[in-house]
Design a protein around this ligand. Structure first.
Ligand code: ZN
Ligand code: CU
Length: 483
């Protein structure tokens, strides 16, 4: 180490370095110059920096990559991105579940689930390139990776979305997707479970995903079925990706519904076997409840359902559907109809499945947080510290370096993010300093808007984005595919 000639912007001294590759932590000093990591050295060997940070007792890891978000609009209208930077997230992947803010032309109000991203006026990007420009102008606190959503393409290209797209409509969607890929989109997503997307058959999806395959991008899917037909949906997913020649990411893998609980025992070996034949990834969030729009056709009377927002009955926010039904003297289905349009948390999973899926070696972490919900699922604020603090440290599902790998190096590899997700010389200085003994989520289903504990500093491209409980400067970038 040539310490005499070097002056660094920042040196973290005496940290426990968890480098994101899954390798065991080691004690060291880490120095930053500009937006990059300049050197990682044995503790006590670096001498000069403009700013010195005592990192003893602290871990330093790459910034967390939230592989599954609906932050398309949040990065523009709330660019400080507090729910994310406060939990150590430095990069978000937007445009999941078939819904992206761009490129979208709406004929009217956004149909569910597009309404999870914003109102009609928010969908103002005819081209994906315009969205990229808007992100760069907003300069959010986190880096942004973008997917183009199939439902967004469909509502733009088709007068009715309750049928398969025609050849001409597919051509329009292909053109829009190609523009998105040329502008730097990382790939394409479907939400085949949802009404604007469900009438698309495999041929339609392949016709679009093939463009992504040719460009070296990623195909992410909220599958047609995560309930009793989850195995059929997995097979559809693998065949679609194989025909399209793409890497596939199974979004928020789960086994939903009581009759399905425990079936990750079946799904994970199927995913592992597919991974031997073709590139397959998956993400999950660390909770046994999901959240999305409230749809009467998806209401399951067997499970608790908590209302996250309702345009029709705003005061129902934060209450359980069964209690509302009791108050109103109706059943839960009628109550759901009265609340529409609305959002909900569905307590639809078994804890044993959540644990098995989180511990699966290929599983990345994606919060699936819904940033515009009034009473959001706690995953919006708590996902990443919960994986480390609860499932890693308290439950013992995996050691710290494995938890960190799932949230960093593995995700960067899957999404092709160059020089991110690992701590090494020359990589971008996206990093988190946290107390490995104290880090924990504090957001709950009752009180979901709470920053996590134990994170002292978050750096994005060499700039402090979060420090000692307060927002810093915003230095996020739009990360174009392959850059
Ligand atoms: Zn989804
Ligand atoms: Cu999602």
């Amino acid at each position: 180490m040539d310490e005499t000639a070097e002056t660094y912007d920042v040196i973290f001294r005496g940290a426990q370095i968890v480098d994101g590759t899954g390798a065991a932590p080691f004690a060291g000093d880490l120095a930053i110059r500009g937006d990059r990591i300049a050197v990682i050295a044995a503790a006590g060997t670096l001498s000069r920096a403009k700013q010195d940070i005592d990192a003893s007792g602290q871990a330093i890891s790459p910034g967390f990559i939230d592989t599954h978000t609906h932050d398309d609009n949040a990065v523009l209208i709330a660019p400080e991105m507090t729910p994310k930077v406060s939990q150590g997230v430095t990069t978000v992947v937007v445009g999941n579940c078939g819904v992206s803010l761009a490129p979208t032309v709406l004929p009217g109000d956004p149909p569910p689930p597009l309404n999870l991203l914003g109102k009609r006026d928010d969908f103002r990007f005819e081209g994906f390139a315009d969205y990229v420009t808007a992100v760069e102008q907003a300069r959010p606190a986190v880096n942004v990776v973008g997917l183009v959503g199939h439902s967004s393409l469909r509502v733009s290209a088709m007068e009715r979305v309750d049928r398969r797209a025609s050849t001409a409509e597919i051509a329009v969607m292909q053109e829009a997707l190609a523009e998105g890929l040329a502008a730097g989109a990382a790939g394409f997503s479907t939400g085949l479970y949802y009404k604007p997307n469900m009438a698309a058959d495999m041929d339609e999806v392949v016709a679009l995903a093939a463009l992504v395959g040719a460009a070296g991008g990623v195909y992410a899917t909220h599958m047609r079925d995560e309930h009793v037909h989850v195995l059929e949906s997995l097979n559809e997913t693998f065949e679609t990706a194989r025909r399209a020649g793409t890497t596939v990411v199974i979004s928020h893998h789960k086994c939903s519904g009581r009759e399905n609980w425990g079936r990750s025992r079946e799904t994970l070996p199927v995913i592992a076997a597919a991974g031997e034949r073709q590139p397959v990834g998956l993400d999950a969030y660390p909770y046994a409840a999901g959240s999305t729009v409230l749809d009467v056709d998806h209401v399951d009377a067997e499970i608790p359902i908590l209302i996250t927002w309702s345009d029709a009955v705003p005061e129902a926010t934060g209450r359980y559907l069964a209690d509302l039904a009791k108050d109103w003297g109706c059943d839960v289905f009628e109550a759901a109809r009265r609340l529409d349009p609305a959002g909900a948390i569905y307590f639809q999973m078994a804890e044993e499945d959540v644990r098995r899926i989180l511990a699966f070696p290929g599983t990345m972490i994606g919060s699936d947080g819904l940033p515009h919900d009034k009473h959001p699922h706690p995953r919006l604020w708590g996902t990443f510290p919960r994986v480390i603090g609860h499932y890693g440290r308290e439950v013992g599902l995996f050691p710290l370096e494995v938890a960190v790998h799932k949230m960093t190096g593995l995700a960067a590899e899957r999404f092709g993010l160059k020089d991110r997700g690992v701590l090494r010389e020359g990589a971008y200085a996206d990093l988190v300093m946290f107390d490995p003994v104290a880090i924990i989520d504090t957001a709950t289903f009752e009180a979901p808007v709470q920053p996590a504990h134990g994170i002292s500093l978050v750096m994005v491209n060499g700039v402090a984005a979060w420090r000692d409980g307060a927002a810093g400067d915003r230095a996020g970038r739009f990360l174009r595919r392959g850059s």
